[in-house]
Design a protein around this ligand. Structure first.
Ligand code: SF4
Ligand code: SF4
Length: 605
């Protein structure tokens, strides 16, 4: 037998469990209307996936959460969607919420199911997704989505997996009967969760006032690594933090969760739902509900379709309306009064007490606190209920928070023992609600301030950027202007040089052109002369050259005859004149070649 520890405080109220465990679990009938709230757990409300007039099959998804923490809602039987509207839901405030109204068609026709027998061959994430798609949320407490709980932070390895079968609250026996009659499913569901989490220890904690359930579980765990740990009956040993302490000796730190110390707690009903989801492919569409109290003739547990109105269940349990004084959802310690019996059974509904006036008497008027300290003795969380009461009543919420108000599990042990009949838990709930409201308002205000500051910062930044852009534009314009001016000046300077050069070049060009023109003219004239040789002139030149030659030849002859000194000179002159005569004759001959032939004079015949 494993070692057990104790937690401080606790009480032993009358159990009142025997009334509802005399009969086996009964299957509640299908009611005329099923009222299915789209939010049945902590987190985000599901969105309806059906419309009025749609026919749905049993197990078909009719609502789901697309963003945020939540799980889907399924049709508990086949039928027609009658409406999607606000209806009263189980809540301490008596509030209404959006519900899908399903009119059963009596066929109870299942949608296709996809069981996974060898889940060990699948990826863990796939199995977790199947659990989520089956719409499973915690069935023993506030209804935290099970998939999220089964995904602890990576840095928090779960060493111990606990199945909470303590069910310490008076009257409630849903878990007890589940363990008695569905022990195999409890164990197989725990095995699925253990396969996901890989803890080194798996233990089912169960109070010693449930011998039949203990026996059934001990038989079911044969051949497994799971332990059944029987713990002393004391309220509230079923509180998550208390059960962890009893079974492990570890204390969950203030403000923390069991995963912080390597522990995870799941409810036995949740384990059955997980088993059915994986091994049978069935979504969460029903649960075991204890209907008890002296106002019903046949108290017991009912396997009830979600959405069944409490009124229908009470009827099945033989409600004696003349005896009914008060309807309580949950147990007498932590439950709350229902303002109407038209509210539906939801995933977290474990018990409805139809109490007579004698059974759950109205509390006597509140008396002043006598500072007896009984409340502190009873508190399982080792808080100071008396001081918490003062601060809550005086609305000194900050001081109440400093005394760990939020560690209070609202078990009601302090109220139960208070001799002054002070409804202490109501004060704590009021204080918590006010603090949450203040926090939300503070959060809203902070967000509004942050938005305002972000807007201001954005506007300033935009203004600065605008100014910067303006400066850059001005600078660029000034630079462009300066550049343009410099280019213009350079162009002007270059232009002057070019003009000067151009002028000079033009002059040179003009001179060249003149010269060229002159040369051309000369050539033309020359050509013209050549082209039209003057034969007469040439003949004259020949005659003159010959005459001069004769003269010079005579003079030479005379000089030779006289043997004068100028003979040589005259000989050179004669030779020169010979050349001249020759050139003149050549020119004449050349010219005569270009003279067109005179047409022949026709001969007379
Ligand atoms: S039990 Fe009641 S009367 Fe006694 S100290 Fe606590 S609040 Fe005061
Ligand atoms: S209701 Fe809160 S303060 Fe009172 S006994 Fe329980 S945990 Fe302690």
């Amino acid at each position: 037998m494993s070692q057990l520890w104790d937690f401080s405080g606790g009480i032993h109220p009358p159990e009142n469990k025997i009334q509802s465990t005399r009969r086996p679990i009964r299957t509640a009938g299908i009611p005329e209307r099923l009222i299915l709230p789209l939010q049945q757990h902590i987190g985000v409300q599901a969105e309806a996936m059906v419309s009025e007039g749609d026919r749905v099959l049993k197990g078909q998804k009719i609502g789901d959460v697309t963003a945020g923490m939540g799980v889907p809602v399924h049709a508990p039987t086949s039928g027609i969607i009658q409406a999607i509207e606000l209806r009263p839901v189980p809540h301490p405030s008596g509030m209404s919420d959006l519900c899908v109204i399903l009119q059963p068609d009596g066929k109870d026709e299942w949608a296709d199911l996809y069981p996974v027998e060898n889940y060990q061959k699948h990826d863990r994430d796939e199995v977790l997704q199947l659990i989520r798609d089956a719409g499973i949320s915690g069935m023993g407490g506030a209804g935290f989505p099970t998939t999220i709980k089964l995904r602890p932070p990576r840095d928090r390895k779960v060493e111990t997996l606990i199945l909470n079968g303590a069910e310490c609250e008076p009257y409630i026996t849903a878990d007890d009967m589940t363990m008695r009659e569905r022990a195999a499913e409890v164990v197989s569901g725990m095995q699925v969760m253990a396969w996901i989490l890989r803890p080194s220890r798996c233990v089912i904690g169960i109070e010693d006032n449930k011998p039949e359930a203990i026996a059934a579980l001990r038989e079911a765990i044969q051949g497994t690594q799971i332990e059944v740990s029987v713990i002393p009956t004391k309220y509230p040993s079923g509180g998550e933090k208390q059960l962890v302490q009893i079974l492990t000796g570890l204390e969950v730190p203030s403000g923390g969760i069991p995963a912080d110390i390597g522990v995870m707690c799941q409810n036995v009903g949740t384990a059955v739902a997980v088993s059915r989801a994986i091994l049978e492919g069935k979504p969460l569409i029903s649960r075991i509900v204890t209907i008890t109290g002296d106002a019903v003739q046949e108290a017991g547990n009912f396997d009830t379709l979600l959405g069944t109105p409490v009124r229908a269940l009470l009827s099945e349990a033989g409600l004696q309306t003349n005896l009914l004084n008060r309807l309580v959802q949950g147990g007498p310690m932590m439950g709350y009064t229902l303002t109407t019996d038209s509210v539906p059974i939801v995933k977290t509904s474990n018990c409805v007490i139809a109490a007579t006036a004698q059974e759950l008497q109205a509390p006597p008027p509140e008396q002043p606190c006598i500072r007896c300290g009984e409340c502190a003795e009873a508190c399982p969380m080792e808080l100071l209920p008396q001081q918490l009461f003062w601060y809550s009543k005086a609305e000194e919420f900050e001081k109440a928070e400093h005394l760990n108000l939020f560690d209070c599990i609202e078990c009601g042990a302090c109220s139960y023992v208070c001799p002054s009949s002070i409804p202490l838990v109501q004060y704590y709930r009021f204080a918590k609600g006010e603090i949450r409201t203040q926090r939300e308002e503070q959060l809203k205000s902070d967000r509004a301030r942050e938005r305002f500051e972000a807007r201001q910062a954005r506007l300033e930044r935009e203004q600065q950027e605008k100014e910067q852009r303006r400066k850059e534009r001005a600078k660029a314009a000034a630079e462009a202007q300066a550049k343009k001016k410099a280019e213009a000046e350079q162009a002007a300077a270059d232009s002057e040089v070019v003009d000067d050069r151009s002028a000079k070049a033009a002059l040179v060009q003009q001179a060249l052109e003149r010269k060229k023109a002159k040369a051309a003219q000369t050539k033309a004239e020359s050509s013209a002369v050549q082209e039209q040789p003057d034969l007469e002139t040439l003949e004259k030149q020949v005659t003159q050259a010959e005459a001069k030659l004769n003269t010079m030849q005579g003079m030479l002859n005379e000089a030779k005859a006289e043997q004068a000194d100028n003979v040589d000179k005259l000989e050179r002159a004669v030779a020169k004149n010979h050349d001249r005569v020759k050139r003149a004759k050549d020119a004449l001959a050349e010219a005569r070649k270009h003279v067109p032939a005179e047409p022949e004079t026709p001969s007379s015949e």
